[in-house]
Design a protein around this ligand. Structure first.
Ligand code: NAD
Length: 279
């Protein structure tokens, strides 16, 4: 495993698993299977409504809590709620979160950030993240908040490698977690000829070549999958390295196109979305 060292000295595994769109039972099974096959980073969110299953999967795996890097995200409707972080801990069945994000840049994010800072000081949260924040708000958080954010989470893949944002991150020492690392399974991306060519050369799958490109680009990855074989494969990317020429060849796949675009209407809908029961 390779690690990204956060500004506060914490070591974050560069590969893990995400449980977006899984039911609590599916998240439980995926997390248990992933941890048993050596994965040590888990990414969930209040908004996925499967933190309870994620917590059960962690327990069932038998892997000690201190070996797991647990990432979750507060949803905008609870940013101002004083008990939101304690309730998150309760659902996950743990007494600390390794990295807690604000999930969306809704207008009330500053209140949410202060709640996370308080939990950070109390030892309930070990690192702070901002997910889907535009660069201007990231800069505001860096400049104005007491504790600087440690990690950002954004859509990133070879079609949209976040070249501009990465310059900002390099200046501030923040890490990048890439969501949709496989383009949400887009076959056009996965089957780009350059990946097929490199997969044959290294005896890997196209998906593994893409994930290796992320690691060498400095991106932490946590692809989603319910398939234990894929979960294992997605983690088996640390026994080979792409050359500089191959990294440059992959850079040419950049289309400047992302799958998801935030709009004011979407942000307003997030701010109003009540979370369903997560059991
Ligand atoms: P992804 O890019 O990881 O793609 C997942 C898709 O690829 C699935 O359909 C899966 O079946 C397929 N796949 C997985 N491994 C494969 C393999 N080895 N070979 C071929 N196909 C494979 O997209 P995702 O799962 O939607 O995103 C990953 C994670 O990102 C989520 O689980 C979630 O934790 C996170 N996420 C965060 C945000 C955010 O707003 N912060 C938004 C979306 C997703």
């Amino acid at each position: 495993m390779e690690y990204f060292t956060l500004d506060n000295g914490m070591k974050m595994p560069m590969a893990g698993i995400g449980v977006f769109m899984l039911s609590p039972a599916e998240a439980e099974a995926a997390v248990e299977s992933a941890l048993k096959s050596g994965v040590r980073l888990i990414d969930t969110a209040n908004g996925y409504m499967n933190e309870s299953g994620t917590g059960r999967g962690m327990k069932k795996s038998g892997v000690p809590r201190e070996e797991i890097f647990l990432v979750t995200k507060l949803w905008p409707t609870v940013y101002e709620k004083e008990t939101a972080i304690d309730e998150t801990l309760q659902r996950l069945g743990t007494d600390y979160i390794d990295l807690l994000f604000l999930h969306q840049p809704t207008d009330n994010w500053r209140e949410g950030y202060r709640n996370i800072e308080k939990a950070y000081k109390e030892g309930k949260v070990k690192a702070i993240g901002l997910s889907n924040f535009p660069e201007a708000l990231l800069q505001e958080a860096v400049d104005a908040m007491e504790i600087k954010p440690h990690v950002v989470q954004v859509e990133a893949h070879p079609y949209y490698p976040q070249t501009e944002l990465k310059k900002v991150l390099a200046e501030t020492g923040m890490g990048l977690m890439a969501w949709y690392p496989l383009g949400h399974g887009d076959k056009n991306l996965i089957n780009e000829p350059v990946f097929t060519k490199l997969a044959a050369k290294y005896g890997k799958s196209n998906a593994q070549i893409i994930l290796r490109w992320h690691i060498q680009s400095g991106n932490v990855i946590f692809p989603g999958s319910k398939n234990p074989a894929h979960i294992r494969d997605n983690f088996d990317i640390f026994d080979f390295a792409l050359t500089d020429e191959e990294m440059a060849e992959i850079a040419k796949v950049d289309k400047g196109v992302r799958y998801y675009t935030a709009t004011p209407e979407l942000l307003a809908a997030y701010a109003a979305m009540e979370l369903k029961e997560d059991k």
